[in-house]
Every structure is written in structure tokens, then in C-alpha cells.
Design a protein around this ligand. Structure first.
Ligand code: SAM
Length: 365
């Protein structure tokens, strides 16, 4: 890639939940600075995305390569791009898009024409769907896109923010979200007791690689669900033929209890202790202060009461990014001090609202 083209790609776009732009901006600024890739974030409240502009030519491409996407909590997707293309003629939007991409990328493996996850974005979604077909054809003709989808090649993103303006760029297929708009499409199971069932399902998709599902999400494993009622998370575990200890003072879904795979204890989740050391999964969706939940998770992991944990940190406070960072850092240090080797991941899932979901896996050396 020549210098002129490197200059073109000076910024990255990050998609996020609408209302969490400041958190997403704080996080990318913090993490890019940590990698000595300096720049500044541009935020439009409730837009569902953030632009991070790098000061130095070449840094934006470096950033999408060396900053592991997995480590970003608030970003659903990230890709490098040039300046916003504006005033696209309604009769031919394709030519300026092709021209923006020419020389920046060759033989991409996929094309995603996307919008922000906002009401304004939804209004553009059907246009984007229709526009994808002729754009894909034109990109293939110019050899910017391969004729057959290839998951190991970069992904072209065309991100429309109005019907005549868009950001155009690409993500690295080994360091991006594999999902359109960074959102896994999950179907709500009609017999699940609550919509939050999708949170745990999404967490499994995100945090557990598919090739490990047979081992880590297999039938017969034991699980504990703290704050289980009415049973949306328990439903996901039961669906995978696990046996679940459901802890909550509330009322549990009858069908789940009838499955014979659920034992309901009407106890305080902060006091419950497993009688045997045979629990694989600990999941926790209790509405409590993040620090209290994090300390409880540390206790379970340090005591060897579970192998993997998935839990929610509720964020009703103002400084949400700082709150998440503090708790994750505390957990990491606490476990390290106890010589517990873990891998920690956290994400604001599509199905999360004012909260993020954390996954901790114990690693055996
Ligand atoms: C957000 S709901 C959980 C929803 C559940 N994950 C589902 O998918 O259906 C939070 C639950 O935590 C329970 N809870 C809150 N504090 C608790 C505690 N100290 N011990 C046990 N359960 C608690 C509440 O009773 C409530 O049912």
C-alpha cells in the first residue's frame, strides 16, 4: 500500500450500543494510548458509533491489527476507514465507494453494508439491503471483492449514516466481530421464561469457541444460576442438558422445575455454597453493586467451586467505563494473588442494556 493510501485510512469506526458512545470512546482512547497509537475520539450522543481519528499516518491500520478486538468491552465492531463520503449522488453511489476502496484493499472476503443500531439506522436498513446487490457486483468486477465469500480475507464495511453519506473501509477477519453490524442474530425461544435468556445464549456464542461447545457446554455438566428467577438463564443450561442449582427467593418457571434438571433453592445467592465440588458453570444475573458481584465471583473461583463463570455487571452509575475497568482489574489481581490462572473476557452484549457481561475461565497449566 503506498503512502497516499495509508493517509486515506486515518480513522477507525466502532459500533456500540446507542447511549454508550462515551464509554466506547473512553475505552478506545485508553487502549490505543496504551499501545502508543495516539488520536482522539469523535462522539455524537446516541448515534450508536464512535470515530477514533489517529494523528499519525498508518496508525489506524496498526490499531485494527494489534489491538485485540476481543479486549474491547463496549465496541461491537471495529474497522479502519477514510473520511466520510458525503453528497453521494443518488443516481450513482457506487463509483465514489469503489474509488475510496481502490488501492486500500484487494480481494476482500465479504461485504457488509451496515447502519447504526438506532431508529435512524433502522430507516436506512432496507435501502442498504437492496444496495448490497449491485455494490457487491461492482466490487467483484473491480476485483476488490472475491467472487466467493472467504472468511479468512478482510471484510469490506460500507457504513451508511444517511442515504447519501457513508464511511468505507475494512476490518481484519481475524480481529473483528464475525456478525453483521456486530450483532449475532438469535431467535427468542417461544418457551423460554424471560427475554434475558438471549443474554446467556449470546454470551456462549461470543465467549466459547464453537469447536469447544461439545466439551464446555456438554450435557451432564452441573451449573449454578445465582439470581435465577424466572429462569431465562437456567433455560439455556437445561436446553443443553445440564443439571442446574437455581438460587433465588423468587418464583421459578414451572416447566423448568418439571424437567427434573433443576433444583430450586430459595436462598440468598451471596450466601449459597455448593455442597460438592462438581460445578462446572457458575452464572449470575443478580441485580447488585458490581463490586459485590465481582467479589462473589472471585470467591467461587478461588475456592474452586466452579470452572467457568458468566456474570452481569449492572451499570446504573455515571462513570460506567471506569466502573467496569476497576472491577475487571480488581478481579484479575485478586485471582493472580491467589495463583488462580484465568482468562477474562467482557462485552456489552447486544442483549445487554445498562450492563456488561463478563466471562472467566480457569486455565489449568
Ligand atoms: C434480572 S433477574 C434474573 C433474570 C434471570 N437471569 C432470567 O433469565 O430469568 C435478577 C434476579 O436476581 C434475584 N436476586 C437479587 N438478589 C438476590 C440475592 N441476594 N440472592 C438470590 N437472588 C437474588 C432477584 O430475585 C431476581 O429474580
Amino acid at each position: 500500500m503506498d503512502d497516499k493510501l495509508t493517509q486515506k485510512l486515518k480513522q477507525i469506526v466502532l459500533y456500540c450500543r446507542s447511549g454508550f458512545e462515551k464509554e466506547c470512546a473512553a475505552e478506545i482512547t485508553d487502549k490505543a494510548t496504551g499501545l502508543e497509537l495516539f488520536g482522539f475520539a469523535k462522539v455524537i450522543d446516541n448515534s450508536g458509533y464512535v470515530i477514533f481519528q489517529c494523528y499519525q499516518d498508518g496508525d489506524a491500520q496498526k490499531l485494527i491489527t494489534i489491538l485485540p478486538f476481543k479486549t474491547l468491552v463496549f465496541a461491537r465492531q471495529m474497522f479502519v476507514c477514510g473520511d466520510l463520503l458525503t453528497d453521494l449522488p443518488t443516481t450513482d453511489r457506487i463509483t465514489p465507494i469503489i474509488s475510496a476502496l481502490t488501492g486500500c484493499i484487494a480481494q476482500a472476503g465479504a461485504l457488509r453494508v451496515e447502519v447504526a443500531d438506532t431508529n435512524a439506522g433502522k430507516e436506512l436498513a432496507s435501502f442498504c439491503r437492496k444496495f448490497t446487490v449491485p455494490l457487491r457486483q461492482a466490487l467483484r468486477q473491480k476485483r476488490l471483492l472475491l467472487n466467493v465469500e472467504n472468511p479468512s480475507r478482510p471484510v469490506i464495511h460500507v457504513f451508511f449514516i444517511s442515504n447519501n453519506s457513508c464511511y468505507v473501509g475494512y476490518s481484519n477477519s481475524k480481529n473483528n466481530s464475525p456478525f453483521y453490524m456486530g450483532i449475532p442474530r438469535l431467535k427468542f425461544p417461544a418457551d423460554a421464561p424471560s427475554r434475558s435468556t438471549l443474554k446467556l445464549e449470546e454470551a456462549f456464542h461470543l465467549f466459547v469457541p464453537y469447536e469447544e461447545w461439545d466439551e464446555r457446554l456438554q450435557g451432564g455438566l452441573n451449573a449454578v444460576d445465582l439470581g435465577a428467577c424466572p429462569g431465562g438463564w437456567t433455560y439455556q443450561l437445561v436446553k443443553r442438558n445440564m443439571f442446574v442449582y437455581a438460587i433465588d427467593n423468587g418464583a421459578m418457571n414451572e416447566k423448568l422445575l418439571e424437567s427434573g434438571q433443576v433444583k430450586h433453592y430459595q436462598e440468598d445467592g451471596f450466601k449459597f455454597e455448593p455442597k460438592k465440588h462438581n460445578i462446572y458453570w457458575l452464572v449470575c444475573d443478580m441485580v447488585e453493586k458490581p463490586a459485590k458481584v465481582t467479589a462473589l465471583m472471585a470467591r467461587w473461583l478461588i475456592n474452586g467451586w466452579c470452572r467457568e463463570a458468566i456474570f452481569n455487571l449492572k451499570l446504573p452509575m455515571k462513570k460506567r467505563y471506569e466502573e467496569v475497568q476497576q472491577n475487571l482489574l480488581w478481579l484479575k489481581n485478586e485471582l493472580k494473588n491467589q495463583q488462580i490462572n484465568v482468562q477474562i473476557q467482557a462485552k456489552q452484549l447486544y442483549h445487554d442494556r445498562e450492563e456488561v457481561t463478563v466471562h472467566v475461565q480457569k486455565i489449568w497449566r
